[in-house]
Design a protein. Structure first.
Lengths: 809, 391
């Protein structure tokens, strides 16, 4: 069974509903966003204007408006808004009949959800999935009065806030759910929405919130026992122990203390046999803050922390002191091991180090970790059917933990931890016995990375290891030079060429930040030769969060300091040459941009035949920030595209198109998504986008195979390009001069801008001169070296290497 | 020397560029409407017109092709009437009146139609194709300094504060709003029909025609505080904002310039005579001070002192430059722009000279004044001033 979801309806336009709608729209699904009908237009003038004639649907219209201002932005691009159609429950329920998926995301009240599902049942097409976005209500109860056919297609899809950025999606079937429909929907969500799926049981608060909120409640208890203040709690339970930056209490502020405590109360009320049940009440001081209306971020940033201005008007974050009920300046406690721990970059080693100490801070950390280990294992059968992986995934994807509880437990040494837990009389299930391994491969090991997962996991209910299959779309590309991997055709320190089957070779980078250096360039050249000889097509993809941060700046700075201009020229020639080889190869190539796709990395993506980009792609030609221009062919590519666009109109003036390219490079613009990279004119319009990074490699492979099968016609270099020449450069200088006079850019920015213009315009030649593609590449190198010879460029590069921030000199 | 008389100075109402009522009106059509109105008001036999001289600052595209000839033919003037387009940027609309007057004074002509037309909605500042010169960029980049930056330079060099600029802009809005409310512009504005073609159902174009006759620039509800909150647009940390600069606009203005002989023979009622007109050059980087040089020259040409002038239409390209002119020449602020200026009413570049002439002469007629002046600064560093004596 394979689903075709082209239209969807989201019922309930609250913060979650609206953002889920935005995410669906970004995946190309036309989405109706419905909410309660309003009887009258809003009183507020601005709101009334936004709503216009459609005041009956004011709630959803305003919710869609609000998407534009939410931070971080739930919109991959503003054009996504066109695919979200507002409506209301009274007038527009019939649209549901057109939908292929209905998501109910209204307030967490059983009676309201029950009533709404009765209404949905009247309209929804037979056979389509109908799901609820609840964080803890009992699913079976929601549909208990509905016909069996409806109950069979009903299950829970629990998104995490913000849904664009949080990878976790808990899928919760109830006893009647049709497993086939469940699997088909899950597959679709995984591939099209890019969500990390965790299968949960229909138990209180499911997995992530059950354990995550427990972790918080237990931390609050230990905080009181050890008399540790608010900011220290967050220091000890944040990145230090592999958890999110917002740690424990800041997370509560972000979520809202009331929302958080409602989840805790839900556990208390509905899980009477919970071994830690009493923890889910209180503490009193949190209840007091809620009573006072200090709920955190949503109440003017007054909660456990308070955003304030000091005497000089500088923002200061104050911390709540439960004893005195006042806010005070932060005063985090330090421990004897604090400095040593801060220096350790490996999280597992860092935690081991802390656990080897026995002062209050270290004991507090141990107690917090211990409780989570105990609780997770105790509940494992109940909430996840005895499999550790769903629990670990849920905490990693839903709470941004670096390791899930079982992964961490195993990494820290299962038996040692168990012994210490037993000494503390921590509640444990009977299946926990010395010598257990939760996973076949150790979570922090190279074996795990190489296998693309644990291989096997422990099934508690059967006391045995079961295989964890790697999905067919997961290529497990090497993360380092790996001669043992039989698929690797060729490899060096920076990159590998991998046989991914079906006649496709994948070139993958694995240098630090995938920065482009000699090794990578060598592999690019070799990849073309290898594919030419033994494969049908090439994919360039990295199994990493970032495609490439750009050229290795250290390399360039070294050449500058030693004035080895020829070295720079050679490096550029090789890079340009490799990308031209890829561009004009007799076989198709596809790159898979993802995350940071900057500078040289972006240039790689611009030269392949096509691109399959992950939704979260932050692409840009950002060389300007370090006083340089894109000289791997990036400036040339944008120039060629501009001239091509101008040619489309008979008397087209290339300047208007060149201007767009000029500002992309000149302002070092970086896209906030793949959608935006296309809209701003950086990636060609033919770029494919997938919200699932994990699927881009497989999509690219299938795409390459299709291109080969259907007859790929190689591209040829442009030999006669009519350029705007010197008059164009002078026109850009006019604009740069005015910006510099207006102090909007520095004189040196204007200088670099002129260099960018020089390449885009085809050099200081007469307008209408004819040049070749190679001439533009030669110009790129010439200008690049001219800039390298400027002191201010060297200073910009140094600053970037030292501080990571661009210097505006 | 002979006298050049002004007959029937009229103008269109001024539209806000891009979103205003004249956004789709072609400047040749617009000018033709004003020509017809001037003709009707003056009752002059069109066969007797010697020439049509039309000002336009960006004479290309819809206002290219010698827009004067097109406008007069579209207005229904006989094919025997010739036409010429003249460009001195922002003074074009009064430059044409001065050129007509020169021909009259020389005895070469007796009846010339003069004025200006401009659509900033359709033709951008600097035109559709801007091409820089290497010589200019290498050796004289300030020639290309944007107008807003020249205003920043004037504000700095003439010490014009942000607060003063905003106050000046506020007054412009108040005075013009007040004038519109009292109907003071009614006599000088002719009706202009505007047809909008908007997408309708089933591929139809919905056609709707309105009669446009009220200036739409002024903001009667603005405040000094609101103006003070606007960001400087041209220079980081500067003082020139969208609120204290002139607006981009569409408009046209025309009048007859006739000889004494012609006036008498055809029993016309001229409103004024052009007593003197001068232009002067100043550094391009502070182009806004142009009137400081042009006004004394024009006074000398007219044979009067500046204190004799009772009313001045000083184009408000920017509050900064207008204030610099007023203060440097010691002009009496109460005489300047009593019914508001370009900051509120708009500045349709090549039409502005003719528009301000219509406003000046009708205003002086209303207030029974004798000597009046139109003056403006001009891009790339010039100023123009024309002095009129009411009859």
């Amino acid at each position: 069974m394979k689903l075709k979801i082209r239209r969807a309806a989201v019922l309930g336009s609250g913060v979650m509903g609206a953002q889920i709608a935005a995410h669906l729209a970004a995946a190309g699904v036309r989405t109706y966003l419905l909410d309660l009908a309003s009887a009258e237009p809003p009183v507020d003038k601005a709101m009334a204007k936004a709503v216009g004639k459609n005041f009956r649907s004011a709630r959803s219209v305003l919710a869609i408006e609000n998407l534009k201002v939410l931070k971080p932005s739930p919109l991959y691009s503003s054009s996504v808004l066109q695919s979200i159609i507002p409506g209301n429950f009274d007038d527009d329920m019939s649209v549901i009949a057109d939908c292929d998926w209905v998501i109910e995301a209204v307030i967490e009240r059983m009676d309201i959800k029950q009533d709404l599902h009765k209404k949905i049942a009247e309209y929804a097409k037979p056979g389509i999935p109908v799901t609820t976005n609840t964080s803890g209500l009992n699913l079976a109860e929601i549909v208990k009065d509905l016909p069996e056919a409806y109950a069979q297609r009903f299950f829970g899809t629990h998104f995490f806030n913000p849904p664009r950025y949080m990878r976790l999606l808990e899928i919760i079937p109830h006893v009647q759910t049709n497993p086939e429909l469940l699997k088909a929907t899950t597959d679709w969500i995984e591939e099209r929405l890019g969500k990390g799926i965790v299968h949960a049981y229909d138990t209180v608060n499911f997995i992530a919130n059950r354990i995550g909120v427990f972790g918080t409640q237990s931390t609050l208890k230990h905080m009181a026992a050890f008399k540790i203040n608010v900011e220290t709690v967050d220091e000890l339970t944040g990145p230090l122990v592999g958890r999110a930056k917002s740690a424990t209490l800041r997370t509560m502020d972000v979520v809202g203390l009331d929302t958080f405590m409602a989840v805790a109360r839900n556990t208390y009320q509905r899980a009477p046999n919970d071994p830690y049940r009493d923890l889910f009440v209180g503490p009193k001081w949190i209840e007091e803050l809620i009573e006072k209306g200090s709920l955190g971020q949503k109440t003017n940033s007054v909660g456990i922390y308070k955003k304030d201005k000091d005497a000089k008007g500088k923002t200061e974050i104050l911390s709540y002191r439960p004893e005195s009920k006042t806010y005070e300046s932060a005063n985090p406690q330090r421990f004897a091991w604090s400095e040593e721990a801060a220096k350790e970059r490996d999280t597992v080693k860092r935690i081991k180090l802390i656990l080897s100490k026995n002062d209050d801070g270290a004991t507090f950390v141990w107690n917090c970790l211990r409780d989570v280990f105990s609780y997770s294992s105790f509940l494992l059968e109940d909430i996840a059917g005895g499999l550790p992986q769903p629990v670990d995934d849920a905490l990693k994807w839903g709470f941004n933990w670096e390791y899930g509880p079982f992964e961490l437990w195993q990494s820290l040494g299962f038996d040692d931890i168990l012994a210490r837990m037993k000494k503390d009389n921590a509640p444990l299930p009977s299946w926990i016995k010395p010598g257990i391994k939760f996973y076949g491969n150790d979570p922090a090991s190279a074996a795990w990375a190489q296998a693309g997962g644990p291989g096997q996991q422990f099934l508690a209910t059967k006391n045995t290891m079961v295989p964890v299959p790697t999905p067919s779309w997961n290529y497990r590309l090497p993360q380092a030079e790996n001669k043992a991997d039989k698929r690797v055709v060729m490899s060096n320190k920076g990159a590998s060429i991998v046989d991914v089957g079906d006649g496709v070779a994948t070139l993958t980078f694995h240098s630090k930040m995938n920065a482009i250096d000699h090794d990578l360039i060598e592999m690019m050249q070799k990849a073309v030769a290898v594919v030419h000889k033994s494969f049908d097509g090439l994919v360039i993809a990295n199994d990493a969060q970032n495609f490439s941060a750009g050229a290795n700046l250290k390399l360039i700075l070294e050449a500058i300091t030693t004035k080895k201009w020829d070295d720079i020229d050679r490096l550029l020639r090789n890079f340009q040459g490799a990308l031209q080889l890829i561009k004009f190869a007799p076989f198709p190539s596809i790159s898979c941009p993802v995350g940071m796709t900057l500078g040289g990395g972006c240039e790689v993506a611009l030269h392949t035949t096509e691109r399959v980009a992950a939704g979260e792609t932050y692409a840009g030609l950002v060389e300007m920030g370090v006083g340089l221009i894109p000289a791997g062919g990036g400036t040339k590519e944008l120039a060629l595209r501009s001239y091509e666009l101008a040619e489309a109109g008979e008397k087209g003036d290339p300047m208007q198109f060149l201007q767009k390219a000029f500002f992309l490079i000149g302002l070092a613009r970086v896209s906030s998504s793949a959608h935006e990279a296309v809209e701003m004119g950086l990636f060609p319009k033919t770029t494919s986008i997938s919200l699932s990074r994990e699927h881009t490699m497989d999509m690219a492979k299938r795409h390459v195979i299709a291109m080969v099968r259907d007859g790929y016609i190689p591209r040829s270099p442009v030999t006669a390009l009519k350029v705007v020449g010197d008059p164009g450069i002078q026109t850009f200088r006019m604009a740069l001069y005015n910006m510099a006079e207006g102090l909007q850019i520095s004189p040196y920015d204007a200088f670099i801008g002129t260099k960018v213009a020089t390449v885009l315009c085809g050099g200081e030649v007469d307008g209408g001169s004819i040049v070749s593609e190679q001439y533009l590449l030669d110009l790129e190198r010439k200008v690049f070296i001219e800039l390298c010879q400027q002191e201010k460029t060297a200073a910009r590069i140094e600053s970037m290497l030292k501080t990571g921030k661009p210097l505006r000199n | 020397m002979k006298t050049a008389y002004i007959v029937s100075p009229l103008r269109s109402a001024v539209g806000k560029a891009f979103r205003g009522s004249l956004r789709s009106k072609r400047p040749d059509d617009l000018c033709a409407d004003v020509i017809r109105a001037v003709l009707k008001d003056s009752k002059i036999d069109p066969n007797l017109i010697d020439d049509v001289i039309l000002g336009c600052a960006m004479p290309e595209a819809e206002q290219g092709m010698n827009v004067a000839r097109f406008a007069l033919l579209l207005a229904g003037l006989p094919e025997s009437v010739p036409g010429v387009t003249v460009n001195r940027f922002c003074s074009s609309g009064i430059q044409t009146i001065a050129m007509a007057a020169s021909q009259i004074k020389a005895g070469d002509a007796h009846c010339i139609l003069a004025g200006g037309t401009e659509s900033m909605s359709l033709i951008p500042m600097m035109g559709h194709k801007v091409v820089g010169s290497r010589e200019v960029m290498d050796n004289h980049p300030a020639f290309y300094l944007g107008m807003g930056m020249t205003a920043e330079n004037v504000a700095t060099e003439y010490k014009i504060s942000r607060a003063d600029q905003d106050q000046f802009a506020y007054e412009s809005n108040m005075r013009s709003s007040n004038a519109i409310e009292k109907g003071l512009f009614k006599k000088e504005i002719c009706d202009v029909p505007v047809t909008f073609r908007t997408p309708g159902a089933n591929g139809e174009a919905k056609i709707e025609t309105i009669n446009f006759n009220t200036d739409e620039g002024p903001r009667p509800d603005t405040t000094v505080e609101a103006l003070g909150k606007l960001r400087a647009v041209f220079k980081t940390g500067g003082s020139v904002t969208a609120g204290n600069s002139s607006q981009m606009s569409d408009g046209a203005g025309m009048c007859f310039v006739c000889s004494e002989e012609f006036v008498k023979k055809h029993n016309l009622k001229p409103i004024a005579r052009l007593a003197g007109y001068s232009v002067a050059g100043v550094p391009p980087r502070i182009m806004g001070i142009g009137p400081i040089e042009a006004i004394p020259k024009a006074c000398k040409a007219a044979g009067i002192t500046k204190d004799q002038i009772q009313r001045i239409e000083l184009n408000e390209a920017f509050a900064a430059q207008a204030l610099a002119v007023v203060r440097s020449l010691g002009l009496d602020p109460s005489k300047i722009n009593p019914t508001g200026g370009a900051i509120a009413l708009g500045h349709p570049l090549g039409a502005t000279g003719a528009k301000l002439t219509a406003t000046l002469l009708h205003g002086m007629q209303r207030d029974k004044q004798k000597w009046g002046m139109v003056s403006m600064c001009i891009g790339t560093g010039m100023g123009a001033a024309g002095i009129f004596e009411m009859l």
